[in-house]
Design a protein around this ligand. Structure first.
Ligand code: GLN
Length: 238
């Protein structure tokens, strides 16, 4: 078995080590003897989504996000078909925001890709700090770091989970992130996946099942240290 991972705009969207998510995905595949190919897509390059099994869209400051959004708009059709067809996508913070209809900043309104019927609005108080989320998808709490001025309103979509400590989508709704088909959008940096191996394996399993169209059971890894680190952050924050 093998997976092809697409990293979109690593030069523009790589806040707080979002690139570490790629290393984590590759390493956990390698440990299981599953081959991983990486395709880095740089600004201005066209994307053949039919070649990708798992896509990462990281976070960025408003400026980088605006640029990435311009490039990604040219690829909108392909990305939309990829998501609707069950392709696995992890979108972090700025990347999560630009999947929506718009992000209204203090200066301008950035028109988003409209792949999700959600929107984001800038507020002067930045929502910053460690965050702990309880998700129905995972046994362990999902932990990370958030730093965003945008508040994301997700309507009736299911969230990734409930905020146990921190701010999440709006700082008020008690919800963090979004889940739609095989897409996860979240504000969690840190990077997310090394801190939350369960989330990493969830994405890998989904991607393999979608590619090979059969039930996949991933071999267990020795995650003692990872779990200890996750527990430490969760207990410290709550
Ligand atoms: N520019 C966005 C905001 O401040 C996203 C920042 C980020 O990716 N951390 O809301």
């Amino acid at each position: 078995m093998e997976l092809t991972i697409g990293h979109l705009y690593p030069d523009l969207l790589n806040l707080y080590g979002d690139r570490g998510n790629i290393q984590c995905l590759r390493k956990r595949l390698a440990w299981r003897g599953i081959e991983a190919r990486l395709i880095e897509v740089h600004a201005g390059e066209s994307i053949d989504f039919s070649k990708l099994d798992l896509v990462l869209l990281g976070g960025g400051s408003d400026r980088e996000q605006e640029l990435a959004c311009q490039y990604l708009k040219r690829e909108r059709k392909g990305l939309c078909a990829y998501v609707e067809g069950g392709g696995v996508l992890l979108a972090i913070c700025g990347g999560y925001q630009l999947l929506g209809n718009y992000y209204k900043t203090n200066r301008i309104a950035i028109e988003g890709l409209g792949i999700l019927d959600i929107h984001t609005e800038w507020k002067p108080k930045r929502l910053t700090g460690d965050i702990v989320v309880k998700s129905r998808l995972f046994h362990s709490p999902v932990v990370g770091f958030e730093n965003h001025s945008g508040r994301t309103y997700i309507g009736n979509y299911p969230s990734l989970g409930k905020v146990a400590s921190g701010y999440g989508n709006t700082g008020r709704s008690g919800k963090e992130g979004i889940v739609y088909k095989n897409l996860i959008g979240t504000y969690l940096h840190g990077p997310l996946l090394p801190k939350n191996p369960e989330v990493c394996d969830y994405l890998l399993k989904r991607a393999l099942q979608h590619k090979y169209q059969k039930r996949i059971t991933l071999g267990t890894l020795c995650d003692g240290l990872e779990r200890q680190a996750n527990r430490y952050i969760a207990e410290r924050a709550v």
